[in-house]
Design a protein around this ligand. Structure first.
Ligand code: ZN
Length: 201
């Protein structure tokens, strides 16, 4: 355990920041220092934004997105194409697709992928709810925007099977998504192209 360089309040800030993905203890110290230096313009507003988020954030019961309202802003948006349902693994993938602006549809967040190794089984994911939503007569196509990993593809097959009786067109992202690739790391252009040239699953 390295020796503390600051009081417990600052140490706690550093320790919490170090839990963020991509931030190790070193970067966390740098981030903490930056926050402290910009106390009025960054630290205080960030603290307030986090307090509000912690109080108001809910998971959308419709699609699994996170927002401050339920149904979420996307589910409430009447301008979206109701015939398309885009299935994603995680909220980060939903956000990545929204950033790409490739599709004006509604989403369904599975909350993970099937994994024999990690013991993730169908009942742990939002698959039953997806089948329910896909059964809506307004839905004609389900786009499986899952990561091109082994588990992502296993999940795609399982979900396709679970929806087969509905007779919906089921498509998946096309080229541009590298094998083993995660959507959140793709640039918007690649994601956009992958949605546009989706193929039947
Ligand atoms: Zn929603």
């Amino acid at each position: 355990m390295p020796q503390a360089v600051a009081g417990p309040e600052i140490e706690r800030l550093i320790q919490l920041l170090a839990r963020m993905p991509g931030l190790g203890p070193r970067s966390a110290r740098r981030a903490a220092l930056q926050l402290i230096k910009k106390r009025d313009t960054l630290l205080a507003p960030l603290g307030e934004a986090m307090r509000v988020a912690a109080e108001r954030i809910v998971v959308c019961r419709e699609c699994g997105n996170v927002d401050t309202c339920d149904p979420c802003t996307i589910c409430r948006d009447s301008a979206r194409d109701r015939s398309l349902l885009v299935v994603v693994e995680d909220v980060s993938d939903l956000w990545a697709l929204e950033r790409s602006g490739a599709v004006q549809a509604r989403y369904h967040v599975l909350g993970g992928v099937l994994s024999a190794l990690d013991g993730v089984r169908p009942e742990h994911l939002s698959i039953a709810r997806l089948v329910e939503r896909a059964a809506d007569p307004a839905v004609t196509e389900v786009i499986l925007a899952l990561n091109a990993t082994v588990d992502g593809q296993t999940t795609a097959h399982y979900v396709t099977e679970a929806m087969s009786h509905l007779g919906r067109r089921i498509t998946r992202l096309a080229h541009g998504v590298p094998v083993g690739g995660e959507l959140d790391y793709l640039d918007e252009g690649t994601l956009s192209a992958a949605i546009r040239s989706r193929t039947a699953f």
